[in-house]
Design a protein around this ligand. Structure first.
Ligand code: CO8
Length: 258
């Protein structure tokens, strides 16, 4: 099995559970942690036995940001030459559905990591924020873009310019998170959601994710056309035949993931 130092990786049936595990730094995202996270989820992406992934942190912090101490002393050329944060975005190019289970702080890069996942289930103690402005920088892992897509200009500007935190209720109202649950249940609830996803056809779930993501990249007419084309393509799958047969026969489908 893989040896990881900054994350814990478990399997619950067809669901992969990745727990960020740098408690001494509130799961601050350093390069080593992110490399491990991307490697672990990439392996699940191509593992036919895994149908969905949950990424979570601790009860106190999903992640309190990119690792400030790792960046603090760097100069422009070092950041540029290393293309700091390169590779971290690879998470967004994986096709397997990824649910973020957020308890406690999701700040800076932690909020950005949660937003790179497909949806966020938040504990009622969750606190989201892009406080980079307090450090003399701005979001650097997609926050200025993904937060704006998620909550609109007014709240994104408010968060990015003032650095204030948003609680779980506000985050749900604003559309940043899909569900708020009691903090103690957040991992269980995310695992349940992921289990539901993993019970579907994996290739079909991947195509569904790809279709929704297209809405953020292309115009409406092109997006609708893309959807129709990939919809047609699913009639080449065994799982479409099985799903529709099961409906007609009033039974539960047994998807073969092909
Ligand atoms: N990086 C490194 N270490 C961290 C971080 C972090 N982001 N967050 C917390 N820690 C460490 C603390 O230094 C502390 O370590 P130690 O015990 O050795 O002093 C330990 O975690 C526990 O933290 P606290 O004692 O501060 O815990 P509190 O409960 O008092 O406070 C907070 C919790 C409010 C979450 C507080 O830790 C905090 O404000 N953290 C920083 C939040 C933040 O500013 N995040 C944004 C970071 S920058 C970023 O993510 C965007 C990247 C874009 C940069 C662009 C560059 C190109």
């Amino acid at each position: 099995a893989e040896q990881y130092e900054n994350i814990l990786v478990e399997r619950r049936g067809r669901v992969g559970l990745v727990t960020l595990n740098r408690p001494e730094a509130l799961n601050a995202l350093n390069k080593a942690l992110m490399d491990e996270l991307v490697a672990a989820v990439s392996a699940m992406d191509v593992d036919p036995e895994v149908g969905a992934v949950v990424v979570t942190g601790s009860a106190k912090a999903f992640a309190a940001g990119a690792d400030i101490k790792e960046m603090q002393s760097k100069g422009y050329m070092e950041m540029y030459a290393a293309d700091w944060f390169r590779g971290w975005e690879d998470l967004t190019r994986l096709r397997i559905p990824i649910v973020a289970a957020v308890s406690g702080f999701a700040l800076g890069g932690g909020c950005e990591l949660a937003m790179m996942c497909d949806f966020i289930i938040a504990g009622d103690n969750a606190k989201f924020g892009q406080p980079e402005i307090n450090l003399g920088v701005i979001p650097g892992m997609g926050g200025s873009q993904r937060l704006t897509h998620a909550v609109g200009k007014a709240k994104a500007m408010d968060m990015v310019l003032t650095g204030r935190f948003m609680g779980a209720e506000e985050a749900e109202r604003a559309g940043l998170v899909s569900r708020v649950v009691p903090a103690a249940d957040v991992v269980e609830e995310a695992l349940k959601a992921a289990e539901v996803i993993a019970s579907k056809s994996k290739p079909v779930a991947m195509v569904a994710k790809e279709a929704v993501n297209a809405a953020f990249e292309v115009g409406l007419a092109q997006g609708v056309l893309f959807e129709r084309r990939v919809f047609h393509s699913l009639f080449a799958t065994e799982d479409q035949k099985e799903g529709m047969a099961a409906f007609s026969e009033k039974r539960t489908p047994e998807f073969k993931h092909r």
